[in-house]
Design a protein around this ligand. Sequence first.
Ligand SMILES: O=C(O)CCC(=O)C(=O)O
Length: 289
Amino acid sequence: MTPSPPMPTTVLTEAERAVFREQGYLIRRILDDASVAHYVAAVDASRRERSDARRMSNLQFLQPGKAIRGIQDIICNDDILAVCRDLLGDGIVIDGASLFYGEAGVDYRQGWHRDVLQVPDEQVDPHWFSEDYHYNYVQMNLPLTEDGCLWIVPGSHHRQLNAQERAIFGNTEKMAPVDAPELREGRQIVVQPGEAVFYNNYAVHRGYGGVLQRRRITIHLGFHSTEHAPTLHFGVLDHTEYTLDYLSSLQPCVREALRAHLVERARYPEVNVFHAYHQQFLSKEFKTT
Ligand SMILES: O=C(O)CCC(=O)C(=O)O
C-alpha cells in the first residue's frame, strides 16, 4: 500500500508534531506580554463580581450564566487554531472552555487519571490507549500566571497502564486515589504566562499544585476536528444553553465558533450522555460557579 502523504502543516514543524505524537504534549508560546496583561485584567474585572473561593475554580466561561466576556475571544486565537489544525486536521471546533482560577493558599490535588471519567467503565475501550487509535481531541492549558499544576506521564496516551500505574489505578482505567504513591515517570509541566501546553488528555495526567504559592489563572480549552469521528471527550460545552439571544450577544468570532460547535453536536447526538457525566466529574474536582 502507498503510504499516505504527510499532512501539510502551517505552524508546527514535523519534529514538533512527532513530539506530540510520541510524548503526548507540546509547549508553544501563544500570547505576548501585552495580551497576557489584557486577559488578566479581564479576569480581575470578572472576579470583582464573584466571592472568593477556597477551592480551585473551573469557570465554564462560554456558558451564559458564567460568561467571562473579556476572555471569550481566546477561542478564536489564530495561533491556537493553527496548532490544533496541524495536530488534528481541518474543521477545528471548540469544545471545552474553562478558566482555572485559584488564589495563593488554595490546596489543589487530583489523582492521576485519563480523561475518560465521563465514559461508563464498560464502554472504556483499551484500544483508545494504543498506537493505532485515531485520537481526535486536543486539550490546551494557557496560563496567564506561571503554572506548574499540570503533571503528565509522557507517552502514556498510546500504551496500556504499566505495572506501577496499574497498582495505583486498581481495576479501573480512569483515576487513581489522590493519596496514591508517586509515579516514577510523572513529569511536572511548568509553563510561563502566554505559553501553552497542548496535550492528549488520554495520557495519564493530573492537576496537582499542593498549596499554591501564587495565584493560578489558566485558560483551559478543548478542540475537535470535523474530519474525524469524535473521541468520547467531545461534548463538554452545554450547547443547550446557546439560545439565539445568547448567540447574538456574542462577539462575531465567538458566535461563529459556537455555531460550528452546535452543528457538530447535531452530527453526534450520542455524545450528549457523556456531557452529563463530565459535569459530575467537574463538580467533584472543582468549584464550578
Ligand atoms: O489542573 C490542570 O491543569 C489539569 C486538570 C485536569 O487534569 C483535568 O481537568 O482533567
